[in-house]
Design a protein around this ligand. Sequence first.
Ligand code: AMP
Ligand code: MG
Length: 272
Amino acid sequence: MARPTALRTALQVKPGSRMRLAKLDADTTMGLEKASAVAATQVQMERLRDLQDRLWAEARQSVLVVLQGIDAAGKDGTIAKVMEAFNPQGCPVSSFKVPTAEELAHDFLWRVHKRTPGKGEIGIFNRSHYEDVLVVRVHGLAPRRVWSKRYDQINAFERTLAEGGTTIVKFFLAIDRDEQRKRFQDRYDDPRKRWKFKVGDLDERKLWDDYQAAFDEALTRTSTPWAPWYVIPSNRNWLRNLAVSTILADTIAGLRPAYPKPPDLPPDLVIE
Ligand code: AMP
Ligand code: MG
């Protein structure tokens, strides 16, 4: 069993290094077995439960979790499975869709900044400001001279959040092209999943290579000491759940969230 710190180190995009998803094996088990990984994930979930309770009680620091990945990479599944450890009070989830007219009338960070977590909260972003250098770039929704400045703008924004007491942890869920095919087919075939299947997703799938290039550049240019990216091999949900829960628990544990000590309570109080 890989030690938690080993997972965290192995999957982090080192700031300043160049990321190439083509070199990644999304299908890897990292030498782990499913049964023991599932058991280990339960342990991490207990850690997360305890850490979030302390963070919320302490109400002094914030955590921002960013989830990105191509369609069917498992963003929704990760929220359902891993974030289940958290008390919903204190864990706002924000899903960023095609911007509304009002959102488009503002700078690209406007809608995102409004959703950042307050003190004591763990905010989860299902998609994020990164869409503005991903789908926007791939589809030419803004000219290059506009989106190309956004990597630096994102780094500056995230640095502002970090300096204000928000710990940022970003997960890129990586699946390969054949895994996406299987997941789309499964969505189509399963009556309980078909609602998720969109014909438009097949057009996006044709742009696979363009997306990979956009992901590579985003991961390369925006993994910083104050907001690192972790690239999670995600063909296997059980490995993804273990990796995300472990890295998140390690990160929050590093903040040492502590229950506050209420001042001026009399000693040995007995309530009658
Ligand atoms: P889903 O996550 O499946 O609900 O889909 C949300 C859709 O919104 C995806 O196709 C995203 O690419 C799209 N989206 C999110 N943010 C933006 C953005 N800033 N500009 C354009 N499309 C976006
Ligand atoms: Mg979708």
